[in-house]
Design a protein around this ligand. Structure first.
Ligand SMILES: Nc1ncnc2c1ncn2[C@@H]1O[C@H](COP(=O)(O)OP(=O)(O)OP(=O)(O)O)[C@@H](O)[C@H]1O
Ligand SMILES: [Mg+2]
Length: 224
């Protein structure tokens, strides 16, 4: 049986990496075979692309170059890692996927690149493939950014290129994710991320169980 593909999306410091980690641990403990991954940087080549994108001066490249690099990373990630794992029946959880490119490179920059252009990159690089479930973490950008800056304090190579944009960029981004979720309610669920890590984790588990019926299926299998 084909596996399931779950993505976490949202702005800076919304808690994506924390919740990916907790969900992966939870599902593994329930007996599922889980692959935890991220964008950019889910593959060896992707790690090099990630450095180009998330480190350094915010103005070192424009939105078009960023979108092309993100989609190069995504194509390699999908072909080399995500699809093979899904074929093996695994649950793949990715820290960001295509919605981040739409939100950042289209909405974040005030639609300097049109949604149509981003959608055509999606068609070229990803085709008809899409996540089974996307969880969008939503928080006031100022709160998210202060979490991100606090976290980066201890990092050797600071991944703060996008955090360096003005607050307007981050507000656009938040609206962008909300629009994306509204336009695809079958796939996307928005969760209020202004909660404790544990409370949000419980919301994530509830969402995954309701939308994918995963744990219930597994439970039935064990019962039979
Ligand atoms: N619900 C929460 N309440 C308070 N702090 C949190 C919460 N979730 C995560 N944090 C803390 O905020 C920081 C950012 O969290 P995390 O790295 O999970 O966010 P992220 O969305 O992955 O950020 P980025 O966009 O920078 O990758 C971390 O130091 C984390 O421990
Ligand atoms: Mg993160």
């Amino acid at each position: 049986m084909r596996g399931k593909f779950i993505t976490f999306e949202g702005g800076e410091g919304t808690g994506k990496s924390t919740q990916v980690e907790l969900l992966a641990k939870y599902l593994t403990e329930k007996g599922f075979n889980v692959v935890k991954t991220k964008e950019p940087g889910g593959t060896e080549i992707g790690k090099e692309i990630r450095r180009l994108l998330v480190c350094g001066d915010k103005d070192k490249m424009d939105a078009t170059a960023e979108a092309l690099l993100y989609y190069a990373d995504r194509h390699i990630h999908m072909v080399q890692k995500i699809l093979p794992a899904l074929e093996d029946g695994k649950i793949v959880i990715s820290d960001r996927f295509a919605d981040s490119t739409t939100a950042y490179q289209c909405y974040g920059y005030g639609e300097r690149i049109s949604k149509e252009v981003i959608d055509s990159l999606y068609k070229i690089a990803v085709g008809n493939f899409k996540p089974d479930l996307t969880i969008v973490l939503d928080i006031d950008p100022q709160k998210g950014l202060s979490r991100s800056f606090a976290k980066a304090d201890g990092m050797e190579e600071k991944e703060l290129r996008f955090e360096s944009h003005a607050l307007e960029f981050h507000s656009n981004l938040r609206k962008g994710f909300q629009i994306i979720a509204q336009n695809d309610p079958e796939r996307c669920v928005v969760l209020d991320a202004d909660k404790s890590i544990e409370e949000l984790h419980q919301d994530v588990i509830r969402t995954v169980c309701n939308r994918l019926n995963l744990v219930a299926n597994r439970y039935q299998k064990i019962q039979n």
